[in-house]
Design a protein around this ligand. Structure first.
Ligand code: T4K
Length: 371
């Protein structure tokens, strides 16, 4: 049934859920054992299944993607400055700053909005310890060139892969790039555990440290070795994750249909830049960003125009992080002009598995009328 018939607003996304009984059935063992959190059976099972699915040799679960990022930065003992992108969700920069480090913003490329690799080296100083790029919207960064730069300058690479669950580049999963990659399993993601996240990483020693950090830095009852926090995934989250993993292929297929319908409908509309992936990327259709550049209306006019029809895209990722109030006086979006340009013109259109194709047609019809 289309949203027009139900008169429900169409939001940018809508969580997919497994069949109700499938989830409630999973709850029985939790009731029987009385084990609700702290690395229970579902936690162990999910960790194993996700390693297999993502092709990751090593992976540790977290209660959300943000804590995964904060704690991998802590585990790697990064220092000084971290080169990153301002064109992302608040989490990426906040995780750097909350570790007492200085983000150094690199501009993005106007094609797929990932870090402009040609601009990284000019930002490296003797204080730089790492590069933290984002596979924004699921657009995979130029991982080869980032790897080469990092090796040349002896820097760590941590990818914010929050948007890339299930994606591959030349057949390799995104969990396999850099020293580590973080994933978000938030309710709004292609794959979710209600709230949740993970770190996939290269070196074996990190496993013990990450597992301790997410549990207050406790090694055992007699030893607390790190100043950790509490970032454990609980059994209810893990149960949801196990259910959702069974439905993932279906989820991505349905999303692909929606994305393809947008592409068919919007192809050739003047002043509308549609999503583009680098060759070799197998996408998961997490987001459908469009950039209004030379379109008859501004991004904000389109946002309001669709809103009048109960259609609510989002301005991901606006405002740019270097313009956030909390960073006033420290950074400026003037230093990242391409990111500023895109952030002022981008809208992510509604995209989720159950979005009816006739609703996609309606959204596209409205966009064409405005163009
Ligand atoms: N790095 C990157 C690049 C990220 O994008 C994120 C998260 C992270 C790191 C951190 O990962 P987590 O710690 O979150 O695991 C949403 C998500 O909360 C956030 O996870 C996500 N990025 C970000 C891009 O989007 P908001 O503030 O836009 O969420 P909200 O509440 O406005 O929801 C957006 C829409 O989603 C709603 O209009 C309707 C739908 N929705 C929302 C919820 C909460 C549902 O359908 N079901 C729900 O339960 O941040």
């Amino acid at each position: 049934m289309s949203a027009k018939e139900t008169e429900k607003p169409i939001l940018v996304t809508r969580s997919s859920l497994p069949p109700f009984e499938e989830f409630t059935e999973m709850l029985k063992p939790i009731w029987e054992s009385g084990w609700l959190t702290n690395m229970g059976d579902y936690h162990k099972e999910l960790e194993q299944k996700l390693k297999e699915y993502l092709g990751a040799d090593r992976l540790v679960l977290f209660t959300n993607g943000h804590m995964a990022l904060e704690m991998v930065i802590q585990a790697l003992e990064l220092t000084g400055e971290v080169i990153t992108t301002p064109f992302t969700f608040a989490s990426t920069t906040h995780a750097i700053v909350r570790n007492g480090l200085t983000p150094v913003f690199c501009d993005i490329n106007p094609r797929d909005y990932t870090m402009d690799v040609d601009k990284i080296e000019a930002l490296i100083t003797e204080k730089t310890s790492a590069i933290l790029p984002v596979h924004v919207y699921g657009n995979i960064c130029d991982v080869e060139r980032i790897e080469a730069i990092a090796r040349r300058h002896n820097l760590k690479v941590v990818y914010d892969a929050a948007h890339t669950f299930g994606e591959t580049y030349n057949g390799v999963g995104t969990a396999c790039f850099g020293d580590a990659s973080i994933f978000s399993f938030h309710a709004t993601k292609v794959y979710h555990t209600i709230e949740g996240g993970a770190v996939a990483f290269r070196e074996e020693w990190m496993e013990h440290r990450l597992n301790c950090l997410k549990n207050f830095g406790i090694v055992d009852q007699d030893h607390v070795v790190w100043v950790g926090g509490n970032a454990k995934m609980n059994e209810f989250q893990a149960a949801m994750g196990l259910c959702n993993l069974r439905h993932l292929e279906d989820e991505i297929t349905k999303r692909r249909r929606v994305a393809e319908r947008y592409l068919e409908n919007l192809d050739g509309v003047k002043g509308l830049k549609l999503p583009e992936y680098r060759p070799g990327v197998k996408p998961n259709y997490a987001y459908f960003p469009v950039v209004f550049d030379g379109f008859a209306r501004t991004r904000d006019q389109v946002f309001d125009g669709l809103g009048a029809h109960q259609i609510h895209p989002r301005k991901y990722f606006y405002p740019l992080i270097n313009d956030f109030q909390c960073y006033e006086g420290r950074f400026s979006s003037k230093d990242t002009p391409v990111a500023k340009y895109i952030a002022d013109r981008v809208l992510t259109l509604p995209l989720y598995a159950d979005l009816a194709l006739e609703d996609v047609d309606r959204i596209c019809g409205l966009l064409r009328e405005m163009g």
